[in-house]
Design a protein around this ligand. Structure first.
Ligand SMILES: Cc1cc2nc3c(=O)[nH]c(=O)nc-3n(C[C@H](O)[C@H](O)[C@H](O)COP(=O)(O)O)c2cc1C
Length: 312
């Protein structure tokens, strides 16, 4: 018998735990002729903001060792463009679509959530509280009180599942996660990109159009893994992991430390079928642990097994 991959987050049933991360596969439903989006647990299109944004000056991406540094700047068509144009294609999918939103203020988040909740077929909202490429964009997830305020206000206008997406650019993500949970979040998504720089020393300039960018890809996986582990121990709502997940082994590491689901981001740029490869390989990995369901292995990490005697 094949292991049961399904899970439920605040009433939202997902057939499997594999999602595509916001901003890393566009909104171009029609471009996905090479793989069936409907097979995935869920997809999260590019973050939507109230007004259209043209994003930051190029270059917007630069490769680093084992990672990608980006300063896209939330380039998107804005709420109206999303509702009138992009949603049509996304609504035709049978897999759950989780709509990612970002506001500059609490009120913008509320306005976005209210409008998005009226679209037929939206299954959940992910609050991008943590975009490092927009002025002010990082503030919400660096401060527990600010995070709680946004989540709480959105909760009052939207009764579906709310995913609070956190930043890794803090000393203690658990405080922010706990605040989001207390304010009504249904799940925590951890993590967004890490703030970084890339410098062309000959020109004494940034390789990006901006000074800072967000680092993603395999380079950040150990950090994301540590944060997911810490957050999963601190909250009782599900944790959705993102950060360098490229293979089924990566995914399994995150499940074992406490993730209920995973998001594939940067890997899709260089292996567009990565999410499907992970999905197809999951049953075998679970069987290797003797598990009949994904649920059985979530959070089963047993801690350090190496004893280290200092001074001996
Ligand atoms: C080019 C690019 C654009 C992104 N855009 C968004 C976005 O619009 N909204 C968001 O919440 N996260 C965005 N992210 C962050 C990813 O969703 C993900 O959280 C992060 O990259 C870590 O996962 P990864 O290492 O698998 O890419 C973006 C990442 C990249 C690389």
């Amino acid at each position: 018998m094949e292991p049961d991959l399904s899970l439920e987050i605040d009433g939202l049933r997902l057939e499997n735990p594999v999602m595509l991360a916001s901003g890393t596969f566009g909104n171009a439903v029609d471009c996905y002729a090479f793989a069936d989006l409907n097979r995935l647990g869920a997809i999260i299109p590019k973050t939507v903001t109230l007004s259209p944004r043209i994003g930051n000056a190029p270059p917007r991406t630069v490769e680093t060792a084992a990672g990608l540094l980006n300063s896209i700047g939330l380039d998107n068509e804005g709420l109206e463009g999303f509702c009138t144009r992009l949603w049509r294609g996304l609504a035709s999918l049978t897999c759950p679509v989780i709509v990612s939103i970002a506001g500059k203020t609490d009120e913008e988040f509320v306005e976005l959530a209210r409008a998005i909740s009226k679209l037929e077929g939206v299954k959940a909202i992910e609050l991008n509280l943590s975009c490092p490429n927009v002025a002010g964009g990082i503030d919400f997830a660096t401060d527990p009180a600010r995070c709680a305020a946004v989540v709480g206000k959105v909760r009052r206008v939207y009764d579906g599942p709310i995913f609070a997406k956190l930043t890794p650019n803090v000393t203690d993500a658990t405080a922010v996660a706990k605040a989001a949970e207390a304010a009504g979040a249904s799940a925590i998504t951890a993590v967004n990109t890490l703030l970084g720089m890339s410098v062309d020393w000959r020109r004494r300039r940034s390789r990006l159009g901006q000074v800072f960018g967000g680092l993603s890809g395999p380079a950040i996986k150990p950090i994301a893994l540590r944060i997911v582990y810490q957050v999963a121990q601190a909250v009782s709502i599900p944790v959705v992991a993102a950060g360098g997940i490229t293979t089924v082994d990566d995914a399994m590491e995150f499940f074992v430390v406490g993730a209920s689901a995973i998001q594939v981001g940067t890997a899709s740029f260089y292996r567009p079928t990565a999410a499907w490869e992970i999905l197809d390989a999951l049953p075998r990995a679970l069987k290797e642990l003797g598990a009949r369901s994904l649920r059985e292995i979530v959070g089963t990490f047993v801690g350090s097994s190496v004893s280290c005697e200092i001074g001996s």
